[in-house]
Design a protein around this ligand. Structure first.
Ligand SMILES: [Zn+2]
Ligand SMILES: [Zn+2]
Length: 334
């Protein structure tokens, strides 16, 4: 007996379409999850022309489980993000850095009928996460990709005495400000205009600088150099502009999934011992810790809510594409 569901999919013309689908019987390590909420991430826009179920910031309730599943049970509230499966055997999995497993099956590349913009999805047990009881599903959904993306470099590379610069206040940036501030570091926000100043300060930023029309960032009035810079905007950033504001050995983390080239001044990078570091989502361990930290420290998503309907999904996609979302769309069946 299959499991029938409704799905919202990309299509070659770039329009989101609604389909019905019947999942085959569960494999022994699979879990059927009734989706309740889904965030919408910038990378979902990249797949809108692909015939696949969209969405990878999911929260739902376990509907049924395969015979070998032991870490979740029917009725549990769970979430998932980009990966569905990692091999558990390669060196990266053995190191606990399973977010770099070369054999992984992830959103957009495998299991194309298992996205979160649906009424039910069948997932591997391995990459499902239980959601802390005190956390709302609306707060939890965007932590499954956007939140874990900003959490990982903060935990891996930020010391309590660092000054952390966050460039752009959107789906990633508004979470990065909260995570960093609640870790106790000084948060310095850069945004194009003044329009998000109050929000940034309310979320925990100590300083705010509007960069639009400023050619020389050393004139912004930043009071002390910055140690870590997190690029959270999907607009093109000229990294060289930030160089006068960086301490020696500063690290720069480009976090939004963008195309094109990343160029930096050659000699100044060497002279000041700067690093530009890629980083992608979170390991399973880090994802779990991000959820626990966010629950304990009241990290809240600022969400625009949309119904999980064809119109709702299309409207959310359009708004995200226009760059108008404040700050993350959360679609819901409720
Ligand atoms: Zn994402
Ligand atoms: Zn592996």
């Amino acid at each position: 007996m299959g499991l029938e569901c409704i799905q919202f999919c990309g299509s070659p013309g770039g329009e989101v379409v609604q389909k019905t689908f019947v999942h085959p019987e569960l494999a022994v390590d699979e879990v059927a999850v009734k989706v309740t909420h889904s965030g919408l991430c910038g990378t979902d826009l990249h797949y809108v022309t692909t015939d696949m179920v969209l969405g990878h910031e999911a929260i739902g309730v376990v509907h049924s489980i395969g015979s070998d599943v032991s870490s979740v049970k029917v009725g549990d509230r769970v979430g998932w993000g980009y990966p569905n499966w990692t091999c558990g055997k390669c060196e990266w999995c053995l190191r606990g850095e399973d977010n770099y497993c070369p054999n992984w099956k992830i959103y957009g590349m495998a299991d194309l009928e298992q996205g979160s913009l649906s009424s039910l999805s069948v997932r591997k047990e391995q990459w499902l996460f239980k959601i802390p009881e005190s956390m709302s599903s609306e707060d939890a959904a965007p932590l499954m990709c956007g939140g874990s993306t900003v959490w990982t470099p903060l935990v891996n590379h930020v010391k309590p005495y660092h000054r952390v610069g966050i460039v752009g206040i959107g789906g990633l940036g508004h979470l990065a400000i909260q995570f960093a501030a609640k870790m106790g570091v000084e948060v310095v926000v850069f945004s194009a205009t003044e329009s998000k100043r109050d929000e940034a300060l309310r979320l925990g930023a100590k300083e705010f600088y509007a960069t639009k029309d400023v050619d020389d960032y050393s004139t912004l009035g930043v009071i002390k150099q910055i140690d870590r810079l997190m690029i959270c905007t999907s607009s093109k950033v000229n990294l060289a502009s930030f160089y006068p504001l960086l301490n020696p050995q500063a690290m720069i983390f480009p976090l939004t999934a963008s195309d094109g080239e990343l160029t930096v001044p050659y000699f100044a990078t060497i002279r000041n011992g700067l690093s530009i570091s890629g980083t992608v989502i979170a390991t399973r361990f880090m994802q779990k810790k991000a959820l626990e930290f966010a629950a304990r420290n009241s990290v809240h998503v600022i969400a625009e809510k949309f119904p999980m309907t064809l119109d709702g999904v299309r409207a959310a996609m359009a708004r995200l594409k226009e760059g108008k979302m404040r700050y993350r769309a959360v679609l819901s069946w409720e």
